[in-house]
Design a protein around this ligand. Structure first.
Ligand code: BG6
Length: 478
């Protein structure tokens, strides 16, 4: 619908930006930190672009004061970051590693000092390697207790200081890439194991949310879901059904569980037919239904367009991790859907579709289906950036991308969606898990690449100043 006048962003709207521990911190073995599954996985030849890893990343561990000063200069209202479980409990459980906890205490204090609301992600994929080796990580129900204890330790450590918490980051991504595509640790290709691990992650997520509420923590908690809204390529009913299948299997399969504690019916039927359905034990259903997130976090980057895919049709295809436009392969789930090219939108050099309107559609769908407030925990454009001789970065393409998405949020708010905040991905440039350092997302350019650590100097891109203005006027002209 067209609005005669758009609704203003709420006064308390959280304009923010985000990162994740492994992608920015570095200091991979400092101050008592234990090894995570990513510390190990990146050393397997061929797994990451040019063998890149986060040993040093963008050295945020040692430069966080400089980074927070830049955030303050930009006017950020919130900074979303993740805590490395292995800094708190080097082996996943046991005694707290005080030095590791101190790093985050210092970071949180620094943010508060600059009036920036800290937003903590409890889990952004860097599982303690010990837990992986001891009991298979997410494949064992023991992780429910260990993750809940780890979370409770942080809740108490930051009670009253941190008001926004993200439980799991992109459970749909770390389970699919970890257990179906072998692109993330533990490098497995087995759908049955994926859906089993995913069910246990659902239980752990529910348990942590309940713990937060039992402890009467001041603040809000929710999971962050990587939501890619699905479209049909045209009105051929077969293609429309394919889009429904994709939405059920790729989106409702997680969101329905977070908000309703129930798996979607058609997707579950499909998994049962394949022999991939998880085992639901007595008590599981009650636990899932008892947990009530205070918001749904969404990471929105793109939409997906779908067409009919027969039972003997295409399966998973190679992702584009090189930045060569057009190099990703066709992919789908036989019998459900296949992803096709949307002729109405442009794509990045990594073949991600650029679709600001899709964010409005995402917010509309979530609002209608779940009636829950939404925190946009990630949105951004990964592109090549060029630095000039004067150390300037003219990323007008990023400004265009982000301003389109900010406008879409405003339209969704005008439609009636409740949006608590917007975190761009990312604040500084950082390591992309599979794509190295050349796929840049930040407002702040970091002088490093996959060939060397270089100076690590920080330079403000044009988009830095653009966002500064948006925040200053609370999106009034967006
Ligand atoms: C999300 C993750 O999937 O997207 C981030 O939460 C990630 O950690 C971001 O970096 C962008 O993805 P990529 O593959 O371009 O780095």
């Amino acid at each position: 619908m067209d609005h005669k006048k758009l609704t203003a962003f709420p006064d308390q709207f959280l304009w923010g930006s985000a990162s994740a521990a492994y992608q920015v911190e570095g200091a991979w073995d400092e101050d008592g930190k234990g090894l995570s599954v990513w510390d190990e996985f990146v050393r397997i030849p061929g797994k990451t672009f040019k063998g890149t890893n986060g040993d040093v990343a963008v050295d945020h561990y040692h430069r966080f004061k400089e980074d927070v000063a830049l955030m303050a200069e930009q006017g950020l209202k919130t900074y979303r970051f993740s805590i490395a479980w292995t800094r708190i409990f080097p082996e996943g459980r046991g005694e707290v590693n005080v030095e590791g906890l101190n790093f985050y205490q210092d970071l949180v204090d620094e943010l508060i000092k600059h009036n920036i609301e800290p937003m903590i992600t409890l889990y952004h994929w860097d599982l303690p390697q010990t837990l992986q080796e001891e009991y298979g990580g997410w494949e064992s129900r023991q992780i429910i207790e260990d993750f809940t204890n780890y979370a409770a330790t942080l809740f108490e450590a930051f009670r009253g200081k941190v008001h926004y918490w993200v439980s799991l980051n992109e459970q749909n991504v770390f389970t699919s890439l970890g257990y179906m595509l072998a692109a993330h640790p533990p490098g497995v290709t087995d759908p049955k194991r994926m859906y089993a691990a995913n069910h246990i992650a659902n239980l752990a997520n529910a348990s942590v949310i309940n713990k937060f509420h039992e402890l009467q923590m001041p603040g809000k908690i929710g999971p962050s879901f990587a939501y890619t809204p699905n479209y049909a390529i045209d009105s051929d009913p077969k293609n429309v059904l394919a889009a429904e299948n994709a939405e059920d299997l790729m989106a409702h399969y997680w969101m329905d569980v977070y908000l309703w504690g129930k798996y979607p019916i058609a997707a579950m039927r499909f998994l049962e037919e394949q022999g991939w359905a998880p085992t639901i034990e007595p008590g599981d259903q009650e636990l899932l239904e008892s947990a009530k997130p205070d918001f749904l976090g969404i990471n929105y980057y793109q939409t997906a367009t779908n067409a009919f895919n027969p039972l003997d049709g295409v399966g998973s295809g190679k992702m584009n991790t090189t930045g060569k436009k057009g190099s990703s392969e066709e992919s789908g789930v036989p019998g459900m859907y296949k992803k096709v090219t949307n002729p109405f939108v442009d794509r990045t050099n990594w073949d991600w579709e650029i679709d600001p309107e899709g964010l409005r559609i995402a917010l509309r769908r979530i609002t209608s289906r779940y009636r829950v407030p939404v925190m946009i925990t990630e949105n951004g454009l990964g592109e090549y950036d060029k630095i000039t001789a004067e150390n300037e970065i003219h990323d007008d393409y990023r400004i265009k991308y982000l301003s389109g998405h900010v406008h879409a949020i405003k339209e969704a708010i005008s439609d009636g969606a409740e949006v608590l905040g917007y975190c761009t991905w990312s604040f500084t440039d950082l390591l992309s898990w599979l794509n190295g350092y050349q796929k840049r997302y930040g407002f702040v350019y970091v002088d490093r690449d996959e060939d060397g650590e270089r100076t690590m100097n920080r330079y403000k891109k044009d988009s830095f100043y653009w966002y500064q203005e948006v925040i200053k006027e609370n999106g009034a002209n967006s």
